[in-house]
Design a protein around this ligand. Sequence first.
Ligand code: TEU
Length: 510
Amino acid sequence: MPEAWWKRAVVYQIYPRSFADTDGDGVGDLEGIRRHLDHLEWLGVDAIWLSPIFPSPMADFGYDVSDYCDIDPRFGTLHDFDRLLDDAHRRGIRVLLDWVPNHTSDRHPWFVESRSSRANPKRDWYLWRDPGPGGGPPNNWRAAFTGESAWTLDEATGQYYLHLFLPQQPDLNWRNPEVVAAMHGTLRFWLDRGVDGFRIDVIHGIVKRPGLPSLTDDELGPYSTARFDVDGTLDVIRGLRRLLDSYPGDRVMVGETYILSTSHVARYYGLGDCLHLAFNFVPLYAPWDAARWHRRIQRVIDELEPIAAWPTWVLSNHDNPRHRTRYGGSEARARAAAVLLLTMKGTPFMYMGEELGLEDARIPVRRRVDPGGRDGCRAPIPWDRSRGHGWPAEPWLPFPPHASLRNARVLRADGSSILHLYRRLLAARRASPALMVGGVELLAPLPGVVMWRRHHEDDVRLVAVNFSAEERTIPFEGRWTVEVASDGAGQADRFAGTLRPEQAVVLRPS
Ligand code: TEU
């Protein structure tokens, strides 16, 4: 199988604040990640992606970067990072960083300079504009989270700066070649240190539509691309791709293309010369419904196969309620969803803790901290059943529900747990070229059931997911053995042709 590693890989997202704390400040750190690499190696993931670990005032918990070439002291030091990278590599685990090119922190020295005067050489590194007619903001764009104007007035210089997110996150001007060069330099810094690639934040939005025009209400919708110059963005992405390709090894970039249209996401792969991988969040927003999932999967096949683009699959991340919570909390569903995520054609991205079957934490009002209301999915990982669940001090957010049962130690001791299901699925993928890199065909749906076939040369697997609460009989021809069953029932036996309620199975020829 000569395919690039990132096509074969399962990537595991770590939100470092909430993974594991070693210095007792209630916030996770790099050393905590290093000490839990055993868990990840045992589970069988191929790569980790770390949400931002750079120095940050933490207005958006690290997505407001004040220095792209260092580690925030809350997370550790560059030395800690090098140790983590070495240890991960020694175990065959690759490491991706989260690079935030759309905006910096307002405390980044570049912005501090830029705002200092209209004549500053870095003025044009950001998007400064005079007030609009009548003295208000230059256009009607709104910022994420607050829904207020995306422009903030700098009283001292009398101009507004653009921020698609918080006022503490001013947008960079990617039409300025000095910005491009400086940001390339930040990528080189980490590539030289040996990282395997990047998850790129808000990549679809970095180049704005020329003239920054006011837009209609429809065009202002949170997922509209009307604000962006897509062709200009693709040019920038091609430059990033050339930079990555100039390094030895298969360095990879996965773009956060937060656009709820699979056909639009497909554009960001270019002609194989733009993103290696692009997040497609359309399925993430699909409810637990067979017909919807069938359509969304078909859509991915229809849009990506003709351009030979490799899909990605995500059910949970640090920006959305966990899928177990979204699907209503049932463990059966969480298990069936694991089969769905890990057997589809494409690179799956797991979010830390989904292997423990975690749901979102309920956050009392007085402990809410995220301006985007996303604290629930960012709750700390429970490592064991002790009172502190392996955390040396009270963590920055409360634990998820049932942490004395849903924790790494307890679930690892129970061979029938959801944690072992994830491990079995990862092992089954690794052992099967069909599951890892093979083609996919969706089979004719039955009510409540989605089925697909994976194949590579003479290796074949069938997967069936019963979304419904009733038993279903499925008409597979030939003899099949249950390689993995989401609930463990019938595993290693001949497949008898029925799926239990909310059960999913992976079948191999008998
Ligand atoms: O998210 C981009 C993005 O579009 C999100 O703001 C999304 O709309 C929202 O979180 C849905 O709940 C990225 C990061 O993943 C996010 O954590 C950051 O806050 C954001 O960029 C700004 O950097």
